[in-house]
Design a protein around this ligand. Structure first.
Ligand code: NDP
Length: 490
């Protein structure tokens, strides 16, 4: 079976597929077999300039388009994305290696939800009127920022592109998006869907390339805002270069999130929560609850049930409908995760299951790692402190509520956190003390579009999803209106 998904050309600018074959060539590989899915050219500086120039020209008319009309186009694009769901799922599976049973229900769906939500929000945008006194009042205008540069990570390619596109476009900005070089394809499909829905040419553009292309976007004089999903080191670089011209910045970065299981938790739900928090997308999820703190009374039952269910996870051909877990995205990520597994063993954690690579006939060149659970992990171990970004779950023991909260917060990250307990007061009390931007009580890793998503501490700046995202893709103008005389002291 062919795994080729070669797009017409590498970039999508001003409503058209374009290329500059003098740009550095790179290949996107199917992580299950290392076969070539597509050959792409990185954007040359001329392509970057061309994309940003088209966005700049198109943005003005787009901002002047009535909100309801902007919203209607986004809602239409959502319908087209849903119609192309199976095609998008296959492309995401080929690019990322994630199991098709995930990509069929999550990736395009999340993108469509976002386009639909912000399309609806566009139609409901209102400004404030602020009474002052007697003969004057003020009002506010929410205005777009202008040209937004979006830069994406590789784990949820079309979702990341849409989470940036939908609020930007709803508010009248234009976007130039650079996907990760490992997953260049689905953003091009999103561009096609937006064009088909009636989005004017130039409002959404896709350019390809590695870090240097992203870096050029973050310093470009005609870019007003940079929004990145990626790692903390890249986030710091992006923020530093955007600071030279004081561009607005949204950063969705990494995590090392705690999941706290109290003795009184529903056992099966808590085990399901821990699995969702660690093994979905082969563990390549920024908000994963990789530090699982288990209270001593439930520890034995929880651990044996968790190990039993983890051992039953089916690894295999990502395109087969019954495969539950695919390979790591790349050899590089495979090596990073294996190094952490080695460190866990060396530093004295107890390997309960996994830790190796399965032998799967026909997939010998795939970057597979078994879902892995370490027990007796202590807070100072490397696997307890650093983001692994792979299917590696660490179990910690605890007795006491106050101390587990302190340990959960003892990290530079603050993206997510979760608590399992049947005591609702305890659930709220503990969540209130956890330093994280996105939290769950009795579930994990669900991110409906109406709920804000983002990090505290070094996990990020700004919020995606929900009406809170509007604040990060617009600026507020206040207008003071005098209807009486002007009383000057001189
Ligand atoms: P990276 O930080 O390596 O890359 C993110 C993007 O930034 C890529 O498109 C990359 O290009 C680009 N880039 C790299 N260097 C620069 C630069 N100097 N200036 C501008 N852009 C640059 O992250 P990964 O792709 O490896 O993704 C994994 C990370 O993303 C993890 O830390 C994960 O936690 C985080 N993440 C966060 C999420 C969130 O919402 N909080 C969601 C998903 C992932 P290229 O790779 O093509 O070279």
């Amino acid at each position: 079976m062919t795994v080729s998904a070669q797009p017409k050309t590498s970039h999508y600018i001003n409503g058209q597929y374009v290329d500059d074959t003098s740009g550095e060539e790179f290949k996107t590989l199917y992580p299950a077999t290392s076969e070539t899915v597509a050959t792409i050219h990185a954007a040359t500086p001329a392509i970057v300039d061309q994309a940003i120039a088209s966005a700049k020209v198109a943005q003005k008319a787009w901002a002047a388009t009535p909100n309801v009309e902007r919203g209607r186009i986004l809602i239409k694009a959502a319908e087209i994305v849903r119609r192309r769901n199976d095609e998008i799922a296959r492309i995401e599976t080929l690019d990322t290696g994630k199991a098709i049973q995930e990509t069929l229900v999550v990736d395009a769906n999340s993108a469509a939800d976002n386009l639909e939500y912000f399309g609806q929000v566009a139609a409901t945008l209102i400004n404030e009127q602020i009474p002052i006194d007697g003969n004057c009042f003020a009002y506010t205008l929410r205005e777009p920022l202008g040209v937004v540069a979006g830069i994406g990570a590789w784990n949820y390619p079309i979702q990341v592109a849409s989470w940036k596109a939908a609020p930007s476009l709803a508010l009248g900005n234009a976007l130039v998006f650079k996907p990760s070089e490992m997953t260049p394809l689905s953003a091009l499909i999103l561009a096609e869907c937006l064009t088909e829905a009636g989005l004017p040419d130039g409002v959404f553009n896709v350019i390809q390339g590695m870090g240097p292309v992203g870096a050029q976007m973050t310093t470009h004089k005609d870019v007003d805002k940079v929004t990145l999903t990626g790692s903390i080191p890249t986030g710091a670089k992006v923020m530093a270069s955007a600071a030279e011209s004081l561009k607005h910045v949204t950063l969705e970065l990494g995590g090392k999130s705690p999941l706290i299981i109290f003795d009184d938790a529903d056992l099966d739900n808590a085990v399901s929560g821990a699995i969702l928090a660690n093994f979905y997308s082969t563990g390549q999820v920024c908000s994963n609850g990789t530090r699982v703190f288990v209270q001593n009374g439930i520890r034995e039952a929880f651990t044996s049930r968790l190990v039993e269910r983890t051992k039953a996870i089916k690894l295999g051909d990502p395109l087969a409908p019954d495969t539950q877990m695919g390979p790591m995205i790349s050899k590089r990520q495979f090596d990073i995760v294996n190094n952490y597994i080695d460190k866990g063993k060396e530093e004295g954690a107890t390997l309960l299951t996994g830790g190796g690579s399965p032998s799967l006939q026909g997939f010998e060149q795939g970057h597979y790692i078994e879902p892995t659970i370490f027990d007796n992990v202590t807070d100072d171990m490397t696997i307890a402190r650093e983001e692994i970004f792979g299917p590696v779950l660490s179990l910690f023991n605890f007795d006491n509520e106050a101390s587990v909260i302190e340990r959960a917060n003892d990290t530079e990250f603050g993206l997510a956190a979760g608590v399992f307990t049947k005591d609702i007061a305890k659930g709220h009390r503990v969540i209130a003390q956890l330093q994280a931007g996105t939290t769950w009580i009795n579930n994990f890793n669900l991110t409906p579009v109406g709920v804000p998503f983002g990090g505290f501490k070094m996990s990020g700046i700004g919020r995606e999803n929900s009406r809170h995202a509007l604040d990060y893709y617009s600026q507020v103008k206040s207008v003071y209106v005098e209807m009486g005389g002007v009383d000057a002291p001189y």
